[in-house]
Design a protein around this ligand. Sequence first.
Ligand SMILES: Nc1ncnc2c1ncn2[C@@H]1O[C@H](COP(=O)(O)OP(=O)(O)OP(=O)(O)O)[C@@H](O)[C@H]1O
Length: 199
Amino acid sequence: MPEIAFIMGKSSSGKDSIFRMLADDKELGLCKVVPYTTRPMRSGETQGVEYNFVDDAQADRMAAEGRIIELRSYNTVHGIWRYFTADDGQIELGNGSRYIIIGTLEAYKKFLRYFGEEHIMPIYIEVDDGIRLERALERERRQQAPDYEEMCRRFIADCHDFSEENIAECNINKRYSNNAAIEQCLSEIRRDIGNMMIN
Ligand SMILES: Nc1ncnc2c1ncn2[C@@H]1O[C@H](COP(=O)(O)OP(=O)(O)OP(=O)(O)O)[C@@H](O)[C@H]1O
């Protein structure tokens, strides 16, 4: 039975909200896996909470030790920032714990390769494009400096990243619709976690 619930979905599908609600659900008892980043800590962030903040040398060392499960690099105006998940003892399969993680489809593929398909439960959140764009726009409007161009870029990039071919290649057969109230989607996921994951 799977021990790792892997949450994914296109931009504004509601995956962050769903991840938070599942992770905070004491009855489910899912352990959050804290990812790593080389970007500087922002005010309000705490070491080891949002991320484990490391410098480039530490990230290089972990890579050389073969401890990086999946990694993404972004070329920013401040230089290259890396975000990754590491095999650092947070995930220990076989000890009865169950885990929750959020990531991209590419990261999901790497997890399958690293841990094996039998250990991972894919939770793919889906929202009709029209509703998703509306929610993205509403969220962006609430920002102090809305960046509509970036919002559109992400919307279009998703079409490629989450193409039907990529989804099929990952053997994701089940999709959780978040078109209606988020509680509806959550209760379906909760039920499946209860039925399908290690307990
Ligand atoms: N079922 C729902 N009904 C209405 N609004 C929703 C629902 N689910 C999520 N939202 C809202 O949609 C917006 C996007 O949700 P969220 O930030 O969780 O998505 P996301 O997939 O993590 O997006 P991104 O990857 O772009 O950060 C948020 O404003 C959230 O409150």
